[in-house]
Design a protein around this ligand. Structure first.
Ligand SMILES: Nc1ncnc2c1ncn2[C@@H]1O[C@H](COP(=O)(O)OP(=O)(O)OP(=O)(O)O)[C@@H](O)[C@H]1O
Ligand SMILES: [Mg+2]
Length: 504
C-alpha cells in the first residue's frame, strides 16, 4: 500500500502530509514502513504525553509531557527518529511557530525528521521551499481489491468504494453499509464542499437506446481491475449531443448510477467570472475537488455556453481559453473521473475540442417503434404498474402511430399528464386497460411535438447531415414491432392494424 508520494518528501527534513482523520493509522503505518530503522513518534493536542507508534498502535511515553505545539517542536533537538505532529495546519497564522520551523530546518544537529499532519495544511510563503506538502492518495480499484481481500466481508463489490480513502473503506465495510448508503455518503461528502449533486434519475432505466446502453456498460467494465491490469482505462470525456428532451441529462445520471459514483453538476456560468485569473482559479478548485473524490462523473450541462463567441473576437478568445483549460485538464488528469457534457448545437464547439471527447453520442429524436415501446414501458410502469403488459399489439400500433416523432421527454410527459387526468376524474379507482389506452391516444391531441416546429426540424436535418462521426444511441429495430418494408405494406395493406403508419 503506497498512499503517500514519498518521492516528493522523503529527502526533506520537514514535510507536510494532508490526510483525513479516519486515515491516521494508515498514514502512521506507512511512515513506519518507510523508516524501518527509526522510531515513529506522534503527538496532537489531545495527548498529554508523547506517543510511540509500535505494532500498529500508539503507546504512551510517560517521560515526555507535552502541552503545546511549540513544546512538541522543541523535542526535535533531543529525539532521534520521525516525529509526526498533528494540528499544525494553520501555521501561517502563527509567527513564532513559523520561525521555529525555519530554525529547525537550519539546525544541523537535529536528527529528527518532522512530519506535520493535518486535514488541511497551509504553508506560509516563507517556508514553501523547505516544507514540501503531499496529500494522501486515494486507492485505485485494484488497490481497493487487494485491501478488501485482507478485510472482513471481502466479497463486496470493490467498485462502489472508488473515491474513498482506506480509512473510510475500512469503516464503511465494517459497518456493512449498503450500496445506496455508500453512494449517499460520497454525495454528502461533496455537498459539504459546495458542489451540487445532481438528483437521482426520475425513471428506473433508459428505454430504447440500446446502443447507448451497450456503450455505458462497456465504460462500466473499464472500471474493473482486470481492465486496469490490461492497460485499459475509462474514457475521460463524453459529449452528449442532441435536441432538447432526447435523454442527455438522463444518460449522465444513469452513467453515475451504473458506475456507482457521484454525479457532480457544474454550472459553467457560475464558474466563470469577468477576470480570467479568477475564472481559472474557480475551475482549478473544481479540479482539486474532483481529484480528491477520486472517481465521479462531472457534468456540464449546455456546454456550448462555455464556447459562446469562441470564434468572434477577443471576448470569445477569453471564453475559449477558459474552456480550453478545462479540456486540457480533462485530458491530463489521472483520477478515473469522467467529464460528461451536453450540447444542443455542435457548431458552437471548436472542432479541435470536439475531438478531445472520446465518446460523442448523437441523440436523435426519431424513435423507431421498438424504442418508443421501451420508453413508454418505462413511464407506464412508473405511473400505471401492471397495465402495459395487457396492451395488445394492435393497441401498441395505434399508440405508435399517434406518437410518431415525439421525443422521449414528450412521451414521458404525456404519460404523466394522462395520470393527472385519470386521477382528477377519479378513474384510477377502477381503471381498465381500455380507458388507459383511450386517454393515451386522446392526450396526443393536446400538444404539438417540438419537431413539428419548422426551426427545430431544420436544425435536426442539419444535425443529421453532420452527425456521421457521432455514435448513434439507437440501433435497428429488432423488436416485434419493427416496421414491415413499405412494399409489403402496400401489397398487404389490409393485414396491418387500423391506424398504423409506418416509420419514416
Ligand atoms: N430513453 C429514455 N427512456 C425513458 N425516459 C426518457 C428517456 N429519455 C428521456 N426520458 C425522459 O425525458 C426526461 C427529460 O430527459 P432529459 O432531461 O435527459 O433530456 P435532455 O436531452 O437533457 O434535454 P435538454 O436538452 O432540454 O436538457 C427524463 O427525465 C425522462 O423522464
Ligand atoms: Mg438536459
Amino acid at each position: 500500500m503506497d498512499i503517500i508520494n514519498w518521492k516528493k518528501i522523503f529527502s526533506s527534513k520537514i514535510a507536510a502530509i494532508e490526510f483525513s482523520i479516519c486515515d491516521r493509522n494508515f498514514v502512521l503505518k506507512e511512515i513506519a514502513e518507510h523508516y524501518p530503522d527509526d522510531r515513529v513518534y506522534f503527538w496532537n493536542q489531545g495527548y498529554k504525553y508523547l506517543q510511540w507508534f509500535t505494532e500498529n498502535r500508539l503507546e504512551v511515553l510517560p517521560d515526555y509531557v507535552i502541552s503545546s505545539e511549540a513544546e512538541a517542536l522543541e523535542l526535535t533537538s533531543s529525539l532521534d527518529g520521525v516525529l509526526v505532529v498533528e494540528g499544525l495546519g494553520q501555521i501561517e497564522s502563527n509567527k513564532s511557530l513559523t520561525y521555529k520551523l525555519e530554525n529547525l530546518y537550519f539546525d544541523s544537529l537535529s536528527r529528527t525528521k518532522l512530519i506535520l499532519a493535518d486535514c488541511l495544511i497551509s504553508i506560509p510563503d516563507s517556508l514553501y521551499s523547505i516544507i514540501p506538502k503531499v496529500k494522501v492518495k486515494l486507492p485505485n480499484v485494484s488497490e481497493i481489491q487487494n485491501f478488501l481481500s485482507t478485510e472482513k466481508h471481502s466479497n463486496r463489490d470493490c467498485t462502489q468504494y472508488i473515491g474513498l480513502s482506506y480509512g473510510e473503506i475500512k469503516l464503511l465495510n465494517q459497518r456493512q453499509m449498503s450500496e445506496n448508503d455508500i453512494l449517499a455518503y460520497k454525495t454528502a461528502k461533496l455537498a459539504a464542499k459546495g458542489l451540487r449533486i445532481t438528483p437521482a434519475p426520475d425513471v428506473e432505466s433508459i428505454g430504447g437506446l440500446d446502443l447507448l446502453m451497450r456503450d455505458l456498460n462497456k465504460i462500466r467494465k473499464l472500471f474493473h481491475p482486470t481492465a486496469y491490469e490490461r492497460g485499459l482505462r475509462p474514457p475521460k470525456g463524453c459529449l452528449l449531443w442532441g435536441l432538447p428532451g432526447t435523454g442527455k441529462s438522463l444518460t449522465a445520471k444513469m452513467l453515475s448510477r451504473i458506475l456507482k459514483v457521484p454525479l457532480i453538476s457544474c454550472n459553467w456560468n457560475e464558474l466563470i467570472s469577468s477576470s480570467l485569473s479568477k475564472s481559472l482559479q474557480n475551475i482549478d478548485l473544481v479540479f482539486q475537488l474532483v481529484d480528491s473524490i477520486g472517481a465521479c462523473v462531472i457534468f456540464f450541462d449546455e456546454f456550448e455556453k462555455a464556447f459562446f463567441g469562441w470564434n468572434s473576437g477577443s471576448a470569445g478568445g477569453v471564453m475559449a481559453k477558459q474552456a480550453g483549460y478545462l479540456l486540457s485538464w480533462m485530458q491530463d488528469h489521472t483520477s478515473p473521473s469522467i467529464m460528461v457534457a451536453t450540447i444542443n448545437r455542435l457548431d458552437m464547439l471548436p472542432p479541435e475540442l470536439i475531438r478531445r471527447f472520446e465518446y460523442v453520442w448523437f441523440f436523435d429524436i426519431n424513435l423507431h417503434n421498438g424504442a418508443m415501446y421501451e420508453v413508454l414501458k418505462v413511464h407506464l410502469n412508473l405511473h400505471f404498474p401492471g397495465f402495459y403488459e395487457q396492451f395488445k399489439d394492435e393497441d401498441w400500433y395505434r399508440i405508435f402511430s399517434q406518437y410518431r416523432s415525439c421525443s422521449p421527454d414528450e412521451l414521458g410527459k404525456a404519460v404523466r399528464r394522462v395520470h393527472d387526468e385519470i386521477f382528477y376524474q377519479n378513474l384510477h379507482i377502477d381503471l381498465t386497460v381500455e380507458i388507459l389506452i383511450e386517454y393515451l391516444i386522446k392526450e396526443r391531441q393536446n400538444f404539438k411535438p417540438a419537431v413539428s416546429d419548422r426551426k427545430i426540424s431544420d436544425a435536426l436535418a442539419k444535425i443529421r447531415r453532420t452527425a456521421d462521426f457521432a455514435r448513434p444511441v439507437q440501433g435497428k429495430d429488432r423488436s416485434r414491432f419493427a416496421s414491415p418494408p413499405i412494399r409489403l405494406y402496400q401489397e398487404k395493406k389490409s393485414s396491418l392494424p387500423e391506424g398504423y403508419t409506418p416509420a419514416i
